[in-house]
Design a protein around this ligand. Structure first.
Ligand SMILES: [Zn+2]
Length: 73
């Protein structure tokens, strides 16, 4: 758990793979959402790796998602 400045509330900070599992999307989709600025992220102090705000992930409107090359069946 931790505090998200953007949510102004407590959230869980997930790895990309945890985030992907939570919403049943590929990790690539998660990275795509990060690039688009849909998700709140926190860079680890080491500068390697990042964590994703669970609240921003769950609040994201799933209808609008979609990566450039959907691979879902
Ligand atoms: Zn947040």
């Amino acid at each position: 758990m931790g505090y998200c400045d953007e949510c102004r509330d407590e959230t869980r900070w997930l790895t990309v793979s945890q985030a992907a599992q939570l919403v049943q999307r590929s990790e690539r989709t998660i990275y795509y959402w990060i690039e688009r600025g849909f998700l709140h992220i926190r860079i680890l102090p080491s500068g390697r790796g990042r964590r994703i705000c669970e609240r921003s992930l769950l609040q994201k409107p799933m209808e609008e998602d979609e990566e450039e090359h959907p691979s879902r069946l």
